[in-house]
Ligand binder design. Structure first.
Ligand code: UDP
Length: 461
């Protein structure tokens, strides 16, 4: 059945993890605001979360397809979102489970025949599904242009193989800027011995090459060299459509961004009231996204570092630490820090918090959404990459944009931080002081404001 409606109809199909769903919902809101008929495809348990986020946008529909049953996936009952997995070790099984969405997804394409499909990188099979019905597929990676180029360079040239030891620096070949990294910072999925991951990344690459093009949550002016490089050198059709976080103009959709209700209602007043009592640029905001979960020993070092810095802080530790009480904190920490710091065991409206004038620095894992939200807010960053493509984003922040300082993370890992050694408290203290007190910090703050203006201009009419 062809699309009878005269208006353009786009399917948005986000991967089921916050870092992917949040910008994809923002993107649907952006297209709907331009008069495009938009449908977000998701599974039943994710639908209520998404509908909360788009409550105010009448033009967006949600269409559900059934998540495969636990008999087929081996996942516990009710795990339709990465955040509900009891352990991140189940991530490969989760990815596998999502391949079973292909059949119901194709049924939807058959029934509704949209004009275009914007599907997440982690659904590589959607290029073929869309092609079966003559529909173009756009890929959404949720990454920066810098990282997209870096991935290409790693895939094509494997420059990490030319080093003799793990921590030896190598130059990224055929890459703008003199960017150096170490083998330790490169994700394991490039290593040939990780067969499963390797195969998956190959599929992702091939489906991207055969797709109509790529939409990127970024700002051309902020990443000009890398956007040009991605298009010219790697031959991709790519559009910079960010910063997507700015699609939410009003406070309410910003609060429910990502549809996460947990903690927001009861906490909002508390965190807002607390921030309102602080002077401009005085608070360190610490948050490592939606997946990273440091070991207790690392969390204790963070606590000690924040305490030693003498700065006020807001530290979001996520729900997984909720029931662990004080084991992950130094003895008596919360009592001592009662006036100085706020620890949040749950979810906060991060984009809204970063905009608050009290925030003076952002300790971030360099997830691309967080990084770009930091850029938009004009807040200097203390970079602490952990996994995924976060080490690339760190290089962008530190060496290209020069709007932050690195805490000194050395080794890529799956969401838990460097297992060989914690970043010690004095490194945290020093990074905070460099950004917030020293002369170096002044230059960083000025540049951060400059890029924030650039980012905001990108989405002005
Ligand atoms: N986020 C949030 N509140 C939280 C934690 C995270 O709003 O308490 C949002 C954050 O603003 C960002 C997303 O979750 O939009 C995390 O995406 P990112 O790419 O930074 O990291 P990931 O979670 O994918 O590692």
């Amino acid at each position: 059945m062809a699309n009878k409606d005269a208006s353009l109809h786009i399917f948005f199909f986000p991967f089921l993890a916050h870092g992917h769903t949040i910008p994809c919902i923002d993107m649907a809101i952006l297209f709907a605001a331009k008069g495009v008929r938009t449908t977000i495809i998701t599974t039943p348990l994710n639908a209520p979360i998404i509908s909360k986020a788009i409550e105010k946008t009448k033009e967006i529909n949600i269409q559900t397809i059934k998540f495969p049953s636990t008999d087929h996936t081996g996942l516990p009952q009710g795990c339709e979102h990465v955040s509900t997995l009891p352990s991140l070790h189940l991530l490969p099984a989760f990815h596998k489970a999502t391949t079973l969405l292909q059949e119901p997804f194709e049924q939807l394409l058959r029934d509704q025949h949209p004009n275009c499909v914007v599907a997440d990188m982690f659904f590589p099979w959607t290029t073929d599904s869309a092609a079966k019905f003559g529909i173009p597929r756009l890929v959404f990676h949720g990454m920066s242009f810098f990282s997209l180029c870096a991935y290409e360079v790693m895939r094509l040239y494997e420059p990490y193989n030319n080093t003799s030891f793990d921590s030896e620096l190598f130059l990224l070949p055929n890459f703008p800027g003199q960017i150096k990294m170490t083998r330790l910072q490169v994700g394991s999925f490039f290593r040939k011995n990780d067969v499963e991951a390797n195969r998956f990344w190959k599929q992702i690459h091939e489906s991207e090459v055969r797709s109509y093009g790529v939409v990127v949550n970024s700002v051309y002016e902020v990443e000009k060299d890398y956007a040009d490089h991605y298009r010219k050198e790697f031959g991709r059709k790519a559009w910079a459509i960010g910063p997507l976080s700015l699609c939410n103009k009003e406070k309410e959709p910003k609060t429910y961004r990502g549809g996460k209700e947990a903690c927001v209602d009861e906490m909002e007043n508390a965190w807002l009231k607390w921030l309102n009592t602080k002077t401009t640029g005085s608070v360190v905001y610490v948050c490592f996204g939606s997946m990273t979960e440091f070991r207790d020993s690392q969390s204790r070092e963070i606590a000690l570092g924040l305490e030693a810095s003498g700065k006020e802080f807001m530290w979001v530790v996520g729900k997984r630490k909720e029931n662990k009480e004080d084991q992950w904190l130094p003895e008596g920490f919360e009592k001592r820090m009662k006036e100085k710091g706020m620890i949040i065991r749950g979810w906060v409206p991060q984009a809204l918090i970063l905009e608050h004038e009290a925030i003076g620095a952002f300790v971030t894992h360099c997830g691309w959404n967080s990084t770009l939200e930091g850029v938009v807010a004009g807040v200097p960053m203390i970079t602490w990459p952990v996994g995924a493509e976060q080490f690339y984003n760190e290089r962008l922040v530190i060496e290209v944009l020069k709007i932050g300082v690195a805490v000194g993370a050395r080794k890529w890992s799956h969401f838990v931080g460097d297992e060989d050694g914690d970043i010690k408290w004095d490194a945290v203290e020093m990074a905070v002081k460099r950004v917030m007190e020293e002369e170096e910090g002044e230059a960083i703050r000025i540049r951060a404001k400059l890029f924030a203006r650039m980012a905001k201009r990108a989405v002005e009419e």
